[in-house]
Design a protein around this ligand. Structure first.
Ligand code: SF4
Ligand code: MG
Length: 317
């Protein structure tokens, strides 16, 4: 609820004011049990920062995070460590997130030790069980991360996230570093695990095709704000926000009967962020005067479909 993360900008010498970078600036959404909520946007839109704040790997500047009725930002460090048993993260680069000097067995056992689960013998059994659950073999337990392919390493990363029997998995670009041929295997594995283990996913990606494949609902972020949130089908078939239309028009269209609406935009995301109004207004072909001064709020304009754009202000009345 209203999550924010502001970082101080690198200070210029003799400058008295500290400018801030608003990496995430007032993002609110819900995730329902058993669903996959996709979060998409270009790099730098704040999607990873949002995921890390939910895990409290990054402290929010402001805002609240409710998980099964518990407000996570109010928990002490040790209480949060306990809560992390239910919330786990899968990272983009499994190689960087797996200790190269530890065997797979040790890597997978670690979360069990941290949370005081099982004795040594039981933990070793669980490691074997989870290796099989993610499609690896028990003899892989004694090997080191470098002895695996990228896809296998991501399976280990997923197994590690599952060891504590979590409810929510936040997957930050889990297949972006993998070959396209391997991506589908890992996505299919994640979908099977979701059904078998009753998991809820927040699936972060810049690739709209991947997100469509796995998500029930999708949120689109732009410069630290959520600009559209909808059921997967209505987002892809009837995108409302001009920025979502831009994102979709750069995606290959598999169905030739689908007429995508081409939206041309000016400039790119790296241009300076406007101080007022809709953050997309310098690039938006539909911008009017109001867009330069008033921030559009994310509002539901159709059942299950919310958008932050002044073009839809009237749909409210
Ligand atoms: Fe474009 Fe205005 Fe909508 Fe922003 S609020 S996306 S500038 S029409
Ligand atoms: Mg990222």
């Amino acid at each position: 609820e209203q999550l924010k993360k502001h970082f101080p900008k690198h200070k210029k010498a003799f400058s008295k004011t500290t400018e801030v970078v608003k990496a995430v600036d007032g993002v609110s959404f819900e995730v329902f049990e058993g669903e996959t909520l996709g979060i998409v946007g270009e790099s730098g839109c704040g999607k990873s920062t949002t995921g890390r704040m939910i895990m409290r790997l990054l402290e929010p500047t402001d805002g609240k995070i409710y998980f099964n009725g518990i407000e996570l930002t109010s928990l002490s460090k040790s209480e949060m460590r306990k809560a992390r048993r239910d919330l786990q993260m899968v990272f983009q680069d499994p190689y960087a997130s797996l200790n190269p000097r530890h065997t797979v067995e040790k890597i997978l056992e670690e979360p069990l030790i941290v949370h005081g689960i099982g004795n040594s013998k039981e933990r070793k059994e669980m490691v074997k069980e989870f290796l099989q659950i993610v499609g690896l073999n028990t003899y892989h337990a004694k090997r080191y991360p470098h002895q695996f392919s990228g896809g296998q390493r991501q399976r280990i990363g997923i197994a590690r996230a599952l060891m504590t029997n979590p409810k929510l998995i936040i997957a930050d670009e889990p297949v972006s570093a993998l070959d396209v041929s391997i991506q589908a295997q890992v996505l299919n594995l994640m979908q099977r695990l979701q059904e078998d283990l009753k998991l809820t996913y927040i699936f972060i990606a810049h690739d709209l095709g991947v997100v469509r494949h796995i998500s029930d609902r999708v949120g689109v972020m732009y410069l630290g704000r959520l600009v559209e949130l909808a059921d997967c089908d209505s987002l892809y078939e009837e995108p409302l926000h001009p920025y979502t239309k831009v994102l979709l028009s750069s995606v290959p269209v598999p169905d030739p009967t689908y007429k995508k609406e081409e939206v041309l935009i000016k400039g790119d995301i790296s241009e300076s962020v406007p101080k007022n109004g809709c953050l997309f207004h310098p690039r938006c072909p539909f911008a009017t005067e109001v867009c330069k001064t008033i921030v559009p709020e994310l509002k539901e304009v159709k059942p299950g479909h919310s958008v932050a754009c002044h073009l839809f202000d009237e749909a409210q009345q």
